[in-house]
Design a protein around this ligand. Structure first.
Ligand SMILES: Nc1ncnc2c1ncn2[C@@H]1O[C@H](COP(=O)(O)OP(=O)(O)O)[C@@H](O)[C@H]1O
Ligand SMILES: [Mg+2]
Length: 156
């Protein structure tokens, strides 16, 4: 179910990163974001852009092997998950990932379906899919909090 949706075409990698960066002024913890889309769709690129837009200048690497990369910034604690390598949803509990969901956290989850029934529900979904060259980005808000953020974002 979605309260609000918005679709954008992203012709190249820079456009994906710029979209992520443009969201930074409009997010407010606590927030749970699902990043949907195939391997190579641009999910990590989007998160990198969001962190750059949040004044984080360090390296943003894919959490494929580490499960989660955390960025404790002044405005919020960003946690970037990649659950691709989960073999069962219960791993969510074994890995203690629930502890990362606090009133200060912005949680961005790649492959959330791998933890179905365990990961917290999303305020927003960012769905990226391959076009012939670039990508299509479909944004959907599922909660009032997510909707307010999406409204403010797409107004600019
Ligand atoms: N809008 C876009 N158009 C074309 N290539 C893109 C776009 N966005 C990202 N990419 C490229 O897609 C590749 C995979 O990106 P990545 O963010 O690692 O995907 P994912 O995390 O979804 O697996 C990277 O080489 C990146 O440069
Ligand atoms: Mg990725």
């Amino acid at each position: 179910m979605s309260l609000l949706t918005h679709t954008i075409e992203l012709p190249d990698e820079a456009a994906t990163a710029a979209l992520g960066a443009s969201w930074a002024p409009h997010i407010c913890a606590p927030l749970v974001v699902y990043l949907a889309g195939d391997l190579g769709a641009g999910k990590t690129t989007f998160v990198r852009g969001l962190l750059r837009g949040s004044d984080y200048q360090g390296t943003v690497k894919s959490p494929t092997y580490t499960l989660v990369e955390s960025y404790p910034l002044e405005q919020a604690d960003f946690h970037h998950f990649d659950l691709y390598r989960f073999t069962s949803p219960e791993e969510w509990l074994d890995a203690g990932l629930d502890e990362l969901f606090t009133p200060r956290s912005i949680c961005l989850i790649e492959w959330p379906q791998q933890a179905e029934g365990f990961a917290p529900a999303a305020d927003l979904t960012v769905n990226l899919s391959h076009l012939k060259t670039g990508r299509l980005c479909q944004l959907a808000a599922h909660t009032e909090h997510g909707k307010r953020s999406l409204e403010a974002w797409i107004k600019n």
